[in-house]
Structures are given as C-alpha cells and as structure tokens.
Design a protein around this ligand. Structure first.
Ligand SMILES: [Zn+2]
Length: 377
C-alpha cells in the first residue's frame, strides 16, 4: 500500500515522510484516529515507505522487491500484531497464526474496526485480546536481526486490547534494538495502558474530509459520482461507515423517514408504534445509518435556512431538506440533531431498539410541536 493509496491525510503524510527522510522518526509512534479515518492504512503505507529501496518524492515506489513484499503484507521486516481469539481451549494464540485471515481482511476492508476483524476470524461472542504470549513473540521477533531492509517495523493495531500483558513490551519500547519502529494504531486513548501511552509519540489522525471521502468512494469503491456525493457527507469522515451505507443502499431511508414524520405529525400513537416495530427489526448498523441519514438531511436543511443555498447533495435530498425547513426552525433542528446523535451513541452500546426508538419518537414529537419550549432557550 503506497501513501497515495491512503485517502486524504495530506499533512500527516508529509510530516511522517519528512521525518523518515531526515532520519528523525520516533521509534514509538501512536496513531490515534477514530474508526474509518484510515490510521491503519497509513501505518501500513508508512512501513512500506520505510523499507522501500527506491523512494520517490514522499512515497514508496510500489515496484521494488521490498514494496512488492510489503504490499502483500509479507515483508520479513514488517510485523503485525492485533487482537486474536482462543479457538480451542488450551491454545495460546499469537498473531502469526492469523496472518492468512489478516491479509485478506486488509485486502478487502482495511478500514474495518475491531468488531469486523473479530467476526472475520469467527469470534462470535468471544472477546478478543492481545495475549501475553503475543507480547513474548514480539520481543522475540524484534530481537532478531533485520532480514532485508536494515529496519524493523512493528504495527500493533488496537493496543486497547493489550491488558496488563502490555507491560511485557515496555522494556522493548524503552530500549528498542537499533532501527526498530513501533507504530501503535488506536481509536480510544482512554483504553490504552498509561505505561504505553507515556512512551509513545502521539500522531493524531483526523476523520477524513468530505471531498477525500467522496473521491475515495469514486476511485476505490467504483461508486458513481452522484451517489458518492450523497453518501460522503452522511459518513462524516468514516470510510467504514461509507462502506456500510453503500452496501445497505437497498434501504429506502427517505421512505422510512417520511413514514416516521407522518406518524409523529399526523397519524398518532398506533402509527408510531407500528413504525417503531419496523425499524426495530433492522440491525444496529442500519438503524445507525438511518439516524445518520436524518442528521445529514437536517444539516442540509440548516444550511438552506442560513444561506438560502443548499450544500452539495442530490436533488431529492435538497427537496426533502427544503420541506424540513418548513417544519422546524434552526433551534428545533439543532435539538433533533442532538437527540439523534445521542441515540446513535446508545445503539452502539446495545440499547434495546424498541425502547430507544419509542423514546426518540416521543422526543422528536415534543421538539416539533412544543415551540414555546424552544422559544425559551
Ligand atoms: Zn519501493
């Protein structure tokens, strides 16, 4: 994976390649970025840049023997570590046992999250972790001499899964063998061992900007321009989310929304209950997408209210958003967005969908009807 294959993130790429070129790259980096921002891809592309023997201007060549091995995730000096599961009781899993699955995961969905990966290796309800055994294996691997490039890189994805066994890595991080680079790739700073956190240099990876996400959909996922333009703003800088929306595009979110608003505004409790039962049947991912879609339309409506000009959206969405501006004023729209955001948060934490959508229906109904309450703000 070349850096050019990683969407967006131009300033981080420039900074990192500059540090490699100047031989000033810290030996322990922590890439911290929200799901779907491409932090893992960036780490993989950086490791390829480090081992490439024919570096171009700020990118790996993609064609030298080192690049070819790095692209296949089989370069002997680039090591990977990630959460695994115990398949049979008594097993002591290490990441090397999962490389076939890892290569295919990275080839297909390098923007996936830990849940996707654990499902890909058949975890079902098992918790993943990065075992003490794996930490010992890392120690062993990094003590070996570099095979080809002079450098050794270890990419550890999701150090949140380390637990106390991570302390086995401290000495190695503190006094690494020469020319060894650790790249930890994490989403949630608060779940990383403080002893690891304090020994790494933080590199923040921001969510993708919407044009980069749109471009990625067109060039990497072969999505038609018009459709990419509609999906990218909904996904809020998250490639995984964009991918999910793309592959669940059979759902007619506008129709769901039209029925919901009709139930709220016109048709009364029986229609509301019926709607809640329908939406509760969809899985969590789809429920989140529906709410994100509504948020997207509401922000389009806000833009129309403020500037009179719609942002880049499809004509049907602009039409729907324009109708929303007739239903609600800016403060009401803002209050709805907050409720929808909160619901997404609770869906991610396994809230009961029926209770959640019933409560949300009541709240949205209050917001839309109770104008006096809004006026007191
Ligand atoms: Zn190369």
């Amino acid at each position: 994976m070349r850096l050019a294959d990683v969407p967006g993130q131009h300033s981080v790429k420039e900074k990192l390649t500059g540090l490699v070129d100047a031989n000033r790259l810290s030996h322990a980096l922590l890439f911290l970025g929200k799901e779907g921002a491409g932090a893992l891809q960036l780490a993989i592309a950086l490791s390829q840049y480090i081992v490439c023997v024919n570096k171009q201007s700020q990118d790996a060549c993609g064609a030298c023997p080192a690049c070819i091995k790095a692209t296949a995730l089989s370069h002997p000096d680039i090591h990977f570590s990630f959460p695994t599961i115990t398949r049979n009781s008594g097993d002591k899993p290490i990441c090397s046992d999962f490389m076939t699955e890892w290569r295919s995961f990275i080839a297909q969905t390098p923007f996936g999250n830990a849940y996707d990966w654990l499902q890909a290796i058949g975890a079902e309800n098992k918790q993943g972790n990065i075992t003490a055994h794996e930490c010992e294996d890392i120690n062993r691997k990094l003590q070996l001499k570099s095979f080809e490039s002079g450098f050794k890189v270890l990419i550890q994805w999701m150090p949140e899964y380390l637990g106390q066994s991570g302390n086995k890595l401290l000495k190695l991080i503190e006094e690494p063998p020469p020319k060894t680079v650790f790249v930890f790739v994490a989403e949630d700073e608060s779940r990383i061992l403080p002893t690891i956190l304090s020994r790494t240099q933080l590199v923040k990876i921001n969510p993708l900007d919407t044009p980069s996400l749109e471009h990625w959909l067109i060039s990497n996922q072969a999505v038609p321009r018009e459709k990419a333009r509609s999906i990218a703003p909904m996904a809020q800088g998250n490639m995984r989310e964009a991918f999910q929306i793309l592959h669940n595009a059979d759902e007619d979110w506008q129709e769901h929304l039209r029925q919901w608003l009709n139930a709220v505004l016109k048709n009364g409790p029986a229609a509301q209950l019926k709607w809640v039962e329908e939406i509760a049947k969809l899985g969590r991912e789809k429920q989140k997408q529906f709410l994100s879609y509504f948020i997207h339309l509401l922000s389009t409506a806000t833009r129309i209210l403020h500037t009179g000009m719609p942002p880049s959206s499809t004509d049907i969405e602009i039409d729907f958003a324009t109708r929303l501006t007739k239903l609600a004023r800016t403060e009401q729209i803002q209050a709805m967005v907050e409720e929808l955001d909160r619901s997404i948060y609770h869906i991610e934490r396994n809230a009961n969908p029926k209770i959640l959508f019933m409560a949300l229906t009541i709240k949205i109904s209050h917001i839309l009807r109770d104008k006096s309450l809004i006026l007191t703000h």
